[in-house]
Design a protein around this ligand. Structure first.
Ligand SMILES: [Ca+2]
Length: 228
């Protein structure tokens, strides 16, 4: 936030500051996580575009979303689901690998993300991985599970000192398996990027100043003169 914005911010009435923070989503209790659980939706429900806090999509190994492969809630069918019976699916299958990645684009920046990974093969072990990226598509952090057999679960969790995660991909690295399960996504409430915060604050304060200038000045009841 620039110095001029900060000065205006400090001079603004408390009610305006409270409204600004509420509008920007800071009303969410600290530590409260938003959860998306496929078991909460019917089999084959399309989850892409369903949530205001995050956009779910499917990518290839280049991390670019493929519009045709919408993300769904999918019955596992093999009892490999980390929770309940349903996992994240895409293109009519309930599993993920290096060429089919679950991408999560947040409506702001988050500090915490976690998603369950389970091996999806009874005959060989697999690893899951999550990569988190910040502004400018900079890789911030990664988490890779150990080798997991079919139905064995590890929660892939990353927590940052401050909200700086803009998007993430969960998948099975190349050569580490082909049938990994992904389930039970949770993340902290997205907060606006600093540039958006400064822009929103300047906009609201401009509106406040404009309304003050348009408001009629109070006048003396006897003289009709403006009270100074
Ligand atoms: Ca589940």
């Amino acid at each position: 936030m620039t110095l001029s914005c900060l000065t205006l911010f400090m001079k603004a009435p408390p009610s305006l500051v409270a409204a600004l923070f509420w509008w920007l989503g800071f009303a969410t209790a600290p530590g409260q996580l938003i959860t998306i659980e496929p078991d909460d939706y019917a089999d084959r429900t399309v989850l892409t575009g369903l949530f205001s806090e995050v956009m779910l999509s499917t990518t290839l190994s280049d991390n670019v979303p493929v519009g045709l492969f919408v993300v769904t809630a999918h019955d596992d069918g093999f009892d490999f689901a980390p929770t309940g019976q349903r996992v994240f699916g895409h293109a009519h299958v309930p599993f993920w690998n290096n060429e089919r990645r679950l991408r999560m684009d947040f409506a702001g920046l988050v500090s915490t993300i976690q998603i369950d990974f389970a091996g999806g093969n009874s005959f060989t072990q697999e690893r899951g991985r999550i990569d988190v990226y910040g502004t400018g598509d900079i890789l911030l952090d990664s988490y890779t599970t150990g080798l997991l057999g079919g139905g064995q679960v590890d929660t892939m969790a990353i927590s940052r000192p401050a909200p700086d995660i803009q998007w993430a991909v969960a998948y099975v690295p190349s050569g580490e398996g082909s049938f990994g399960r992904l389930d039970h996504l949770a993340f902290s409430a997205p907060v606006p990027e600093p540039s958006s915060l400064a822009l929103a604050g300047a906009g609201l304060l401009t509106l406040w100043v404009w309304r003050r200038r348009r408001a009629p000045s109070p006048r003396s009841p006897d003289s009709g003169q403006t009270i100074v």
